[in-house]
Design a protein around this ligand. Structure first.
Ligand code: UD1
Length: 422
């Protein structure tokens, strides 16, 4: 098992470039199962989750060529099985995003069910509600779900999502593109990753309108073709580096970051007193020699404040003047990093879904865990300003979703290294 060691070494400075978005590339790769023609996905980040998704595509019979760096070519000319591999689904919950494409293409899919996830229950009832509305039969057992389209295939309908779930919107979108007639997804998720998926699907010949709004309209087509598509930049990685500048009171140019995708992060950093500027190459963040103050945060579906940046932002809030609050409304159990930050002296208290951060703390290095992907990033950010050495364990979580994490931090002056425990 590897660990990350971080030492406090003053303000970070320089420039860093954001990679392709993890949460965009996973559904994009799954969408390649919708056609027998080759799809080429560009700006693919080198992440553990992407490796799992490539294995998953191969498991379904697709030919995956990743010989060129950052490019994945998928040809799913034949689907050899519609049964998901339980180990891969266990490794990565987002594997369930293959349900929609397989159901649309083959009329049948068997998906093993991932166990409960640490950041909450994360059920898939809304995904299944969507498939049922398209006329599919859903049979759930303890460890898997089997979904079968009606005799004539899927048929479009109006689907109202009780919550704008990202995964459910993606799955229903991919099922509906090959359904007969019109599908309307009401209260759809509006994340940039949904727009990116719709853009690829439209290049493949789908007829999707208004992706990025809460009402997506899909006219079904009978077949899709191959396409070439570049993944959007990772807004959560961008936010993480913006916070790296803020917490160390440094300045960073976060290249390739799209300001329109990180508006709430920019707004909240500005509220705290950090200077944030949109420049041609990305976003420039300057927190040098500034008095920084508390703020209150509430996570929400896009365009609200992203739940994925909640823990890194909380690490930053431990260092500003005054009391901040963070309310998590998207996941029911996303405060596990609080225990870890408290090991470093943060003194945070929680009540239900609200955390109170007293602020003004001088954090101290400790042995902490990356309790989930983003919490891992939060621990490293805290370690950048804590006295002594912070030892972050369970870093496989970080490697699931951040490309070249340690290397990028080193390049902007962080005293950080990855060590193997043995
Ligand atoms: C995606 C992101 C994840 C991000 C999350 C919210 C990927 C691979 N992951 O996860 O990084 O934190 O969006 O922005 O894109 N829910 C239900 N029933 C369902 C589906 C979801 O109740 O059928 C609930 C979940 O339990 C959760 C909330 O809806 O409380 C949000 O989940 P969802 O938007 O589906 O997140 P994911 O797609 O899993």
């Amino acid at each position: 098992m590897s660990k990350i060691l971080v030492n406090s070494n003053g303000p970070l400075h320089g420039e860093v470039s954001v990679s392709g978005a993890k949460n965009a590339v996973l559904p994009l790769l799954a969408a390649t199962l919708l056609t027998e023609e080759q799809c080429i996905i560009e700006s693919v980040p080198d992440l553990a989750d992407v490796k799992v998704m490539k294995k998953m595509l191969a498991n379904y019979g697709a030919k995956v060529d990743d010989s060129e760096e950052g490019i994945v070519k998928v040809t799913a000319d034949t689907i050899t099985t519609v049964e998901g591999n339980p180990e891969l689904v266990q490794e990565m919950r987002a594997s369930t995003v293959a349900m929609g494409p397989l159901l649309a293409r083959c009329g049948h899919v068997v998906m093993p069910m991932p166990g409960g996830c640490t950041i909450g229950k994360r059920p898939i009832d809304l995904h299944l509600k969507g498939f049922k509305a398209l006329g599919a039969t859903v049979v759930e057992s303890e460890d898997k779900v089997e979904i079968t389209a009606g005799e004539g295939g899927l048929v479009g309908d109006v689907i109202y999502l009780d919550f704008p779930s990202v995964g459910a919107t993606e799955n229903i979108l991919m099922a509906a593109v090959l359904a007969k007639g019109t599908t309307i997804i009401e209260n759809a998720a509006k994340e940039p990753e949904i727009i990116d998926l719709a853009n690829l699907l439209n290049k493949m010949g789908a007829k999707i309108k208004s992706a990025g709004t809460d009402m997506i309209r899909i006219e079904g087509v009978s077949r899709l073709s191959g396409a070439v598509h570049e993944v959007i930049p990772d807004r959560i990685e961008a936010g993480t580096f913006m916070l790296a500048a803020a917490i160390t009171r440094g300045d960073l140019l976060v290249k390739n970051a799209l300001p329109g995708h990180v508006r709430p992060i920019i707004a909240k950093l500005k509220e705290c007193g950090v200077k944030v500027e949109t420049v041609e190459e990305g976003i420039y963040v300057d927190a040098r020699e500034r008095e920084l103050n508390a703020t209150d945060i509430k996570t929400l579906p896009y365009p609200g404040f992203p739940t994925d940046i909640q823990s890194p932002f909380m690490a930053f809030l431990t260092t500003v003047n005054g009391k901040s609050t963070v309310r998590e409304t998207v996941f029911e159990n996303r405060f596990m990093h609080v225990v870890e930050l408290n090991r470093m002296g943060a003194d945070i208290t929680t009540e239900n879904r609200e955390a109170i951060i007293p602020g003004g703390k001088k954090l101290r290095g400790a042995k902490v865990r990356a309790t989930d992907l983003r919490a891992g990033a939060a621990m490293v950010l805290a370690g950048l300003v804590a006295t002594g050495t912070t030892e972050v364990s369970e870093i496989y979580h970080i490697e699931r979703g951040y490309e070249n994490f340690v290397g990028k931090f080193k390049s902007i002056g962080a005293d950080i290294m990855k060590v193997s425990e043995d």
